[in-house]
Write a protein that binds this ligand. Sequence first.
Ligand code: NAD
Length: 482
Amino acid sequence: MSVAVDTRHWIGGERVASARTFPDRSPIDGSLLAEVARGGADEAKAAVAAAGEAFPGWAATSRDERARLLRRIADGVERRLSELAIVETTDNGALLRSHRNGVMPRVAHNFRFFADWLTGLGHDDFDTRGHTNHVSWDPAGPCVLITPWNAPLMLATWKVAPALAAGNTVILKPAEWSPLTASLLADIAAEAGLPPGVLNVVQGYGAEAGAALVAHPDVRRISFTGSVPTARTIAAAAAANLVPTSFELGGKSPLLVFADADLDLAVDLAVEQFDNAGQVCLAGTRLLVDAAIADEFTARLAARTAALRQGDPRDEATDVGPNIHPDHLARVDGFVRRALAAGGRVVAGGGPNTDLGGLYYRPTLLADLPSGAEALTEEIFGPVLTLQTFDTEDEAVALANGTRFGLAAVVVTGDPTRAARVTARLVAGTVWVNCFFVRDLRAPFGGARQSGIGREGGTWSFDFYCDIKNTVTAPKGWRDHG
Ligand code: NAD
């Protein structure tokens, strides 16, 4: 497999090479896709300098013009949608049909949405004893945006679009396991006419390029999506310069199935948790099922799980593709082996797919795990779901809230009053009732507990990416300071 992507950095409107590169391999077959520029302290310094130089001009650009350019980027994404979809699938192994039909259209929407939101952003002026209070959302400066590999361009643009709309300049550091579409985004932004230095892309490893970027004293915002351990490291670096951070982190979300649920819907929703081979932060991987229906639910889910078609993510018929990397596959399998050693039982799957080889892991259901078992509390980030039962609503809520995470929760019930009672008690940034993954950019997005800090989406994004200022103006001739 080969891809036509320029994998050098994009700094100050130019392609910049590094002395070293790192290999980027496809999870589909392990083939070498590209040797990618391996940035470090020098590239981070150059990119922050370019972003700093471009900042005053971009911040002073009118909102209408910024919105126009963002919409042109959206047009560019749509024009190159097929290319973006195939490059992303080749690079991270998620299904081509979902990249083509869902993810890439959403990438374009990210730019259109924040362009539109920007033009409506504001607050009515108000009066204090004749003085006018005017609230403004001022651009903050260069922003470092660091993203993971599981939904690369989607998650990158969900940060890039509002940061640029707000009048900031950006340095994007994509994940080293899926670096390609960030490079294509730089091309698209340049073609759209974005001025040099407004968007910069630095490639490289987290501990090198990422660490140098988040430690740079001229950075004004850090938005990070990734794992909890990395967030701790970034938080420490950000603390040194007192830079505001927004963290979208891991999850161990519960999917609660009550006895009054539509069982067909509950099984459908459970099967959806295998999407992207389970590499979805929001996935409801802990199935909490009323004991009264647990046997029937489990039998039906096991049959559906076993019937999932696993294979090449470019094949339209495939349901579940490969995992991202050999190290990640070994990590996922390690969780399953330890779960079995702790007394867990395999209901479906349970190991690598030896028919396919490579990075394919069988969609797996685990049951009978002892309370507190690692597989019930730690994020596995692979196609592995656990089953637990409950007898009462209180018990269900206690199990649901019983981890250090709080990203999302799914509640399946036919009783609206139960839904209201239970959702009110769940600790989660997003709760879905009888549905999953319905996302709207107007809504706040983020996690409770160790699933994140802060919210992005709609005005919440602008609140993070802006310095909010209140300007109080006295009426003409006013002298009273009281
Ligand atoms: P990761 O934390 O290993 O890496 C994420 C990014 O951080 C990468 O670009 C990496 O290069 C960079 N990085 C690593 N060390 C760094 C450092 N010291 N300084 C600066 N940057 C550094 O996470 P991952 O394995 O790529 O992604 C999987 C994790 O992301 C899972 O925990 C998943 O739940 C989470 N995630 C969360 C959301 C959300 O919205 N909450 C969405 C997707 C993924």
